[in-house]
Ligand binder design. Structure first.
Ligand code: SF4
Ligand code: SF4
Length: 449
């Protein structure tokens, strides 16, 4: 057999095997469109290969040779580290954020109260838009329950449970200190956090720029100055179930969000309590809400992921399909560093979340500066307006994001290759549209009842 024919045959075989594996993974993931389209590629490639075999030499050798050369060029482009990976850029001075300005704190304010009047006197530019949004029934308001009474009730139960945890975030520090080294403490805390149910964990210094200036929600007095002088922030992430997220913006997604908030609260309360037993100060920060610091930038600093176009953290393993938890402490620890996953470059080319956002709240264009950080700035009011219309926390952007694919060998390979090559990023963006569709497709969730 001619050498070019052998090399060409090998190229065909490699491509057919790739699409065969892809179709098998798609079948397991119950991705019908991806399954049929990848199966079509298998049949198409096998057919072309068959036709090439029928051709006589020397044309046969030329054709197989051309296939081999194209395949080799393709592999070089795919694996050549052509990407100068950009990280999240802190471009200016970062001021502390006042939690009272956070959208949920604004919508906790009750019209006619002193806090309400004082807030909008201070921020009159927000009053008109907030007033319009207030006219829409709240997330989980009784008027939404008719859409899915069982699941809306379940989500409410989960949030009610969280409310009971709000006062458990701090406590007495034991007088006796255990004496482990910083690296032993870090190993131990990370292992415990993972054992308790977290999927990712990272540590960073607690940057005061990410500590809220004043209380906007929770059991502490509204407007109280926040003092949080812990040295370290331990961030962790819990994976959200893909099927539940893919029901966005239906009821299962808010059930899943609340469930992960409950789990994150459990882990952070237990870990903070454990650290206090070791003789060091620690505080849990939980949703519901009793946060004193901003979780996404601390998780970024702790190496959990990068900020994406959709305005939240994208992890290398689960994409944005996560919920975050946080413990701050004085326990000596070894900080991690922010990771460069190529997310900033990927998002620059991909606009899938922006295209699919029903509120058109995600920018299509370049990043802009907000509080000293160059990022894609979400129109939070428009996003939240849609949440109230849907009655849930939407998450369509999370569901369509190519990074949200399952954590298995196939998608991990795609993610790793996309971290280094600009060509691989462009190809995976197009392939995601081709195999999974350009828009949201809902999947059956665990709680389709
Ligand atoms: S959908 Fe695309 S642009 Fe949006 S966050 Fe995900 S990767 Fe970035
Ligand atoms: S959660 Fe929904 S409304 Fe908000 S940015 Fe994402 S897709 Fe848009």
């Amino acid at each position: 057999m001619n050498v070019w024919t052998v090399l060409g045959e090998f190229s065909f075989l490699a491509l057919i095997c790739f699409f065969l594996v892809f179709s098998l993974y798609s079948l397991i993931e119950r991705e019908k469109k991806a399954f049929w389209r990848s199966a079509l590629f298998v049949v198409g490639l096998a057919s072309i290969n068959f036709v090439f075999r029928l051709i006589t030499l020397p044309l046969k050798a030329w054709l197989f040779g051309a296939i081999f050369i194209l395949f080799t060029l393709f592999l070089i482009l795919l694996f050549f580290p052509s990407l100068k990976r950009h990280s999240v850029e802190v471009s200016g001075e970062q001021k502390k954020v006042d939690e009272r300005d956070v959208i949920f704190a604004r919508f906790d304010l009750v019209e006619g109260t002193r806090d309400y009047e004082e807030y909008y006197k201070r921020r009159p530019e927000l009053k008109k838009t907030d007033g319009e949004i207030r006219k829409i029934p709240d997330i989980l308001a009784p008027s939404h329950f008719g859409k899915n009474p069982a699941l809306f009730s379940l989500a409410q139960v989960e949030f009610d449970f969280l409310e009971h945890q709000l006062t458990q975030v701090q406590g007495e520090v034991f007088p006796e200190r255990t004496r482990y080294s910083a690296s032993e403490n870090t190993r131990m805390i990370k292992s415990i956090i993972k054992y308790l149910g977290s999927d990712l964990c990272g540590v960073c210094f607690l940057d005061q720029a990410y500590v809220y200036s004043h209380v906007g929600r929770g059991p502490d007095p509204y407007g109280k100055k926040i003092v949080l002088n812990h040295e370290y922030a331990i961030s962790f992430a819990l994976e959200m179930d893909l099927g539940m997220v893919a029901s966005a913006p239906g009821a299962p997604v808010i059930v899943e969000t609340a469930k992960k908030y409950v789990e994150a609260a459990k882990i952070s309360i237990m870990v903070a309590s454990f650290i206090r037993r070791m003789g060091y100060s620690a505080r849990a920060h939980i949703a519901g809400s009793n946060y004193q610091a901003m979780l996404p930038p601390l998780a970024w600093k702790g190496g959990l992921g990068e900020l994406g176009r959709l305005g939240i953290l994208i992890t290398g393993t689960y994409g944005p399909r996560i919920r975050l938890g946080l413990v701050t402490t004085d326990l000596p620890l070894v900080p991690d560093s922010p990771e460069k996953l190529g997310v900033q470059d990927f998002c620059q080319k991909c606009q899938k979340c922006a295209r699919n956002c029903p509120a058109q709240a995600i920018p299509y264009g370049d990043k802009s500066e907000e509080n000293g950080v160059l990022k894609w700035v979400l129109n939070r009011e428009e996003c939240y307006r849609f949440w109230r219309k849907a009655g849930t926390d939407c998450a369509i952007c999370v569901s369509v994001c190519p990074y949200s694919k399952p954590d298995n060998s196939f998608h991990t390979l795609i993610r790793r290759v996309s971290e280094r090559s600009s060509f691989a990023q462009s190809l995976s963006i197009r392939a995601d549209d081709l195999f999974y569709g350009r828009s949201l497709h809902r999947k059956k969730s665990l709680l389709d009842i």
